[in-house]
Ligand binder design. Structure first.
Ligand code: GSH
Length: 217
């Protein structure tokens, strides 16, 4: 029997995009179920009662929530190109950095964007991004995953693509080539990676979102 795969999400979400990238990497066909976050569907609330957030992946009727958990699930279930390393220590390192992105980098960036790049908020975001910059420098590779993308790259999709749209929409500067040369180079490589390029939302949609959500009247 063929797998039934449904992804509940919405177009501009960086967390949903993580899952789309993983599905693309593995070449998995799926149905996309558009959710309205103002009027959450009964299915979304049933599938993700704790957080009530997208993405939710439903595989043969079984729901999985939280984007990083979903990406790991996809890697476990579908063989082919690996998204996490097999070595236990390397896998732990990858999970650690993906957690740093979620727990440290993204909240600091959200705050910096929401504050229109207020000095203190930008300094806090820079402090977190510096850890990623250093990690890339130490690795000396094209991606956090080496020659191909892994969970850390996928976790940082917002940094590679959404941040630039926010900078353009709000006429602010958060990540410069001077300060973060490795991260900038990585962003360019990452968004031009085929599996990523194929599923990123149009930049103008994100610019429009940031303008309407955070723009000054
Ligand atoms: N930690 C979650 C974050 C997901 C998330 O924040 N999703 C947003 C859309 S971008 C959402 O569903 N928000 C609805 C809400 O907060 O009620 C993940 O990685 O999946």
């Amino acid at each position: 029997m063929a797998d039934e795969v449904k992804l509940h999400g919405l177009a501009g979400s960086p967390f949903v995009c993580r899952v789309k990238i993983a599905l693309k990497v593995k070449d998995i066909k799926y149905d996309f179920v558009v959710e309205d976050l103002i009027n959450k569907s009964a299915d979304l609330v049933k599938y993700n009662p704790v957080y009530k957030k997208v993405p939710v992946l439903v595989h043969n009727g079984n729901p999985i929530s939280e984007s990083l958990v979903i990406v790991e699930y996809i890697d476990d279930v579908w063989k082919g190109v690996s998204i996490l390393p097999h070595d236990a220590y390397e896998k732990a390192r990858v999970r650690f950095w993906a957690k740093v992105v979620d727990d440290k980098c993204l909240p600091a960036l959200f705050k910096a964007i929401g504050s229109h790049a207020q000095e203190q908020a930008v300094a806090e975001a820079h402090e977190q991004l510096q850890f990623l910059e250093n990690e890339l420098k130490v690795k000396g590779s094209k991606f956090f995953g080496g020659d191909s993308i892994n969970l850390v790259d996928i976790s940082a999709t917002f940094i590679a693509y959404w941040v630039g749209a926010a900078e353009e929409a709000l006429r602010i500067t958060l990540v410069t080539k001077d300060k973060f040369p490795k991260l900038k180079e990585w962003s360019d490589n990452y968004i031009n990676c085929q599996a990523v390029k194929d599923v990123l939302p149009p930049r103008e949609v994100l610019v429009g979102f940031f303008k309407s959500r955070f723009g000054k009247a």
